[in-house]
Write a new protein. Structure first.
Lengths: 209, 209
């Protein structure tokens, strides 16, 4: 059956699709061509009913009792998530974390490509970070519009994050991944996700005796 | 009212408590002493009904129409999440990402303290990373048991992550924050959370035109 995009799908469901996609990519790398929903569920520590229900928002991807075709389901999920293309991404912040992100091997082939790096430190502007020349953060809004960039990663200190986010929004960015340990404010229609290791640690310490 | 810990609370609810805690810490830093659930909800882009329902698992934290006492609720959530103490954390991997994590200012005061750093690269073992001497990863299980460490952060390449996780489990670790872009397998009773920037980017690209 074809894919039936449905923009009313709960965000919590959308949030699980990349997890399924990661598992499918891993299965494909292992040479597995078919996976039963119960085996996918076991691998992810979820119920198979949850997986089937999540996927049912987008069509029918498996025949009863036949399992999912790994490559087909992967391709369909890539289409649903709009990553059957490559998005250019701006990185703001060229410190230790910015370095780690700029060199991170996990973006390519998963829909994203860091295409420019910004910092506001005069000692860094104009210098190289790997394949990038570090650009002046003061040029953010203009440069983002020029390059038609819709997605950015913020890797600056907490006290600089809101100002950077404001510049990103001015420059037309609609999706922001924020590593700074601070909640930022954005207008409606702009999406923010947070990378905060402590949030994950606290979720686990709940279960420790 | 007192806190009523309830280990049957859904993990998805537990996962939101650190988000509330972060917002409360921010409100307290701003000098706000009381917050209405609707204002907290607005700040977090959630419904106030969801917040009230989540918190109701643990007791009654606000009087009808009176809002929440910011400091009291923060302290109660810290107790629920077992971070009214400080957990020592092992960091495995002393590359760019390990550096960024070792220097990250967001752990202290939020329940966690990196207490040792490991790597398997002979060029790095014995050298310093900030306040740490980099320890040999071959000693992981023994050292973790000696230091009674229950929580670890994995910042190694994908192809090394499962072996590191196995050593962590052997060493008695029960909670693992994995930055490597790979799903790892652990026995029952061991918790894993993933830091994968692409998962967050994919969740947002769904909404982009």
């Amino acid at each position: 059956m074809g894919m039936l995009p449905d923009k009313a799908v709960p965000d919590i469901v959308i949030g699980r699709l990349p997890i399924y996609l990661r598992a499918l990519a891993h299965l494909e790398a292992e040479g597995q061509r078919i996976i039963a929903s119960k085996d996918l569920a076991k691998r992810l520590g979820m119920s198979s009913a949850q997986i089937r229900k999540d996927l049912s928002h987008f069509g029918e991807f498996g025949k009863q009792g036949m399992g999912y075709d790994v490559t087909y389901l992967r391709d369909q999920l890539r289409t649903v998530l709009n990553i059957d293309r490559r998005w250019d991404v701006a990185l703001v912040g060229a410190g230790d974390l910015g370095h780690a992100i700029a060199y991170y091997g996990g973006f390519e082939g998963r829909g994203f490509h860091i295409s420019c790096v910004f910092d506001n430190n005069p000692q860094k502007i104009g210098r190289r970070l790997g394949r990038f020349e570090i650009l002046d953060a003061i040029e953010l809004p203009a440069k983002l519009r020029e390059l038609d960039i819709r997605i950015a990663i913020v890797a600056v200190p907490a006290n600089a994050a809101q100002a950077v986010v404001d510049d990103l929004v001015t420059g037309g960015v609609k999706a922001i991944l924020n590593y700074a340990p601070i909640t930022v404010t954005v207008p409606a229609g702009v999406h923010v996700q947070y990378i905060d290791p402590v949030v994950h640690l606290q979720r686990m310490s709940y279960y420790l005796e």
